[in-house]
Design a protein around this ligand. Structure first.
Ligand SMILES: [Zn+2]
Length: 204
């Protein structure tokens, strides 16, 4: 019998884990052999974390969780493509996860690259260009609002990414409308290890 957390309880669990990590009191839960064995047949993660691929943003570590706790999708600059949407729809529609976390961080390399492409008019080559194109709307909005710092652009990008998930996916928007799931945006500080709430869609 599976009991699903509410979006609010899922957020509380992540927040408490992040607080332990920030203060150096991580408890490293659910990382032993018995937890591993208990998960062989199925998984019931309580949140999906869609964050930047940055090596300093390791999801299970910064929220102090373990095996089977969070479903993780990461791309550089947390840009959305069809595979990301498919992975998120799977977590919401099939696994019944109650919370999507969009996770950006300060000094993000992908957002910085986009800022410089917009400022210089010079686009990067190869598929990095694809990342920059997908972040450009967030950078343009920031500049229009006279926010010229990378970290302000990161926050704008987290907000726009959250909204775009809901606009793009029927599975996600239906789950939010029924109160079964919510989307929150967090901005993570590399120095302090703190993940701050910057946006929310749905009941929390
Ligand atoms: Zn990044």
């Amino acid at each position: 019998m599976t009991t699903y957390l509410t979006p609010a309880l899922a957020w509380r669990r992540l927040r408490e884990g992040n607080e332990r990590f920030v203060t150096g009191e991580s408890s490293h839960p659910n990382q032993d052999a018995s937890r591993r064995s208990s998960l062989v047949e199925n998984q019931h993660p309580f949140a999906v974390i869609f964050g930047c691929s940055d090596s300093r943003l390791a999801a299970e570590i910064i929220f102090d969780v373990g095996l089977g706790d969070v479903f993780v999708v990461r791309t550089a600059g947390q840009v959305i493509d069809d595979a990301v949407l498919g992975s998120l729809e799977y977590s919401i529609g099939v696994l019944g996860v109650p919370l999507i976390v969009v996770l950006g961080h300060d000094s993000c390399g992908a957002v910085s690259a986009t800022k410089s492409a917009v400022e210089t008019g010079q686009m990067p080559v190869g598929f990095i260009r694809d990342l920059v194109e997908r972040i450009t709307p967030s950078v343009l909005t920031s500049l229009r609002n006279e926010q010229t710092e990378v970290n302000d652009m990161v926050v704008e990008h987290v907000k726009q990414t959250s909204q775009r998930l809901v606009d793009s996916s029927r599975v996600i928007s239906d789950a939010i409308e029924s109160g079964r799931a919510a989307v929150i945006g967090l901005s993570y500080s590399l120095g302090e290890g703190h993940a701050e709430l910057v946006s929310g869609i749905g009941d929390l």
